[in-house]
Write a protein that binds this ligand. Structure first.
Ligand code: ATP
Ligand code: MG
Length: 430
């Protein structure tokens, strides 16, 4: 029978959604009455205002907890209404419950638990309808790996990758430690993403102007500001890394003979490091060993792997292969960028030695797969889909993970000059 108990289910459900605010209102009302009875006249208003002021200024933790709670209640009502409109309900009319909510630069992240009889797939299925009901760009749903009744829902209001990134978080630091993750960019939620360089090598690939050299300069800046780190630079264009030449042990330009000699010296250093590790009965270098990390940067890998005579080219390729495959435990970190991510320039055996790979904007999905690994484009991770106007946007693949879309931080020429001067002073002061 229509209109049975409760008489107006929508009004009852709306009132239920406001229950805690009603409780707070009743408490304030009771306080008002108490003030009016004991102090008379305006005493009620004065007591309520006094208690509110004491909470706001003298008990900041309670104030913050209360504000957070009220914000969460408002998010809960907003999302619950959308769930109702989209028909996401359990067998007894129960709806998923918003357990936690937090603001993100891109919108909001919610932790939602589904009632018995439902599963997070229902939320996933309803995601496009929920996005439309909430009037946002997108709703993303990921199941909690530890609990199938819990989903992590991201409500995306704006695309943080479509706007310039905030300043590099290490821009103002007087010194850094390369044993800490280096901030590389912001992800689709607008959160900072860092890469841990020790024991890792990074390959960057993408079309001209995609942002490879800009990304490399962030990592070189981080290395330069750690005075314990040694740096070797290979720059076929010379202008990209020349600002860092003064803080580097060696700067190699577009000269394959010189490149071959520099790689031989690095291999010798690597062998000496392994001998030292062997003598100390250690398997890899650690921060407390006092052994320096050595960052080797190659901008325009194709030049060094494809130019010159065959014999020199082979020597360079072999030097690089050895360094990338054996250098990690000895504290040698190779960072390389290539404009031509095809199989001839970056053979699979070279690519697979790089634990981190980042595909910036590529012209084809095949090129993107050459950097990230075969099959990722088919799964939706293709740098060919990156908007060519968005420089510095690409997919980063860290060992064993799933590619993550991000936009790198960007250092303007003046920032690079300032950082290089600071690093020079720091190293000069050693
Ligand atoms: N993260 C970023 N944010 C904003 N602009 C960027 C970003 N990265 C790169 N750019 C812009 O794109 C331009 C080209 O970047 P960069 O020189 O790093 O490209 P590249 O991939 O190294 O190109 P090439 O292959 O020709 O060397 C930069 O001069 C800069 O204006
Ligand atoms: Mg470049």
């Amino acid at each position: 029978m229509r209109g049975a108990s409760p008489r107006n289910p929508r009004a009852a459900s709306a009132a239920w959604g406001w229950r805690w605010e009603l409780v707070l209102g009743l408490c304030a009302g009771a306080l008002f009455e108490l003030g009016a009875m004991t102090l008379g006249g305006a005493g009620g208003g004065l007591l309520v205002a006094g208690v509110a002021a004491v909470v706001a200024w003298r008990i900041p933790r309670l104030h913050h907890a209360l504000s957070r709670f009220l914000r969460h209640r408002s998010v809960d009502r907003w999302f619950t209404r959308a769930l109702r409109l989209c028909g996401v309900v359990g067998p007894w009319g129960t709806r998923p419950l918003v357990r936690r909510s937090a603001a993100l630069p891109s919108g909001m992240r919610l932790e939602v638990s589904v009632p018995v009889g439902q599963h997070t797939g229902h939320l996933l299925q309803a995601a496009p309808a929920l996005a439309a009901a909430l009037r946002v760009r997108e709703v993303r749903v990921v199941m909690d790996p530890a609990d199938a009744s819990v989903a992590h829902v991201t409500v995306v209001r704006r695309d943080p990758l479509a706007r310039p990134t905030p300043p590099w978080p290490w821009l103002e630091l007087s010194a850094t430690s390369l044993w800490e993750p280096v901030p590389l960019g912001v992800d689709e939620e607008g959160l900072s993403v860092g890469v841990l360089l020790p024991e890792h090598n990074l390959l960057l690939g993408g079309e001209p102007g995609g942002g490879k050299s800009a990304a490399l300069s962030l990592l070189v800046a981080a290395a330069a500001l750690d005075p314990s780190v040694r740096i070797t630079l290979f720059d076929a264009k010379q202008v990209e890394l020349s600002c860092w030449a003064d803080v580097a042990d060696r700067f190699v330009g577009p000269d394959l003979e010189d490149a071959s000699l520099a790689l031989s010296a690095l291999r010798q250093e690597m062998d000496e490091r392994y001998e030292a590790l062997l003598a100390a009965r250690r398997r890899k270098i650690a921060p407390e060993d006092g052994l320096a990390l050595h960052v080797v940067v190659l901008d325009e890998l194709a030049f060094y792997l494809r130019g010159a005579e065959r014999a020199t080219r082979a020597k360079v390729a072999e030097g690089l292969r050895d360094l990338v495959s054996r250098g990690r435990a000895a504290g040698i970190v190779v960072l390389a960028a290539t404009q031509k991510p095809d199989h001839e320039t970056v053979p699979t055996w070279v690519r697979d030695l790089f634990g981190y790979r980042m595909a910036l904007r590529c012209t084809t999905k095949e090129a993107s797969d050459t950097v990230l690994g075969a099959g990722w484009a088919a799964q939706g991770y293709s740098a060919a889909t990156v908007d060519p106007r968005l420089r510095g946007v690409g997919f980063l693949l860290a060992e064993g993970g799933v590619p993550m879309k991000l936009r790198t931080f960007y250092l303007a020429d003046a920032d690079v000059a300032g950082l290089a001067a600071r690093a020079g002073r720091l190293r000069g002061a050693r």
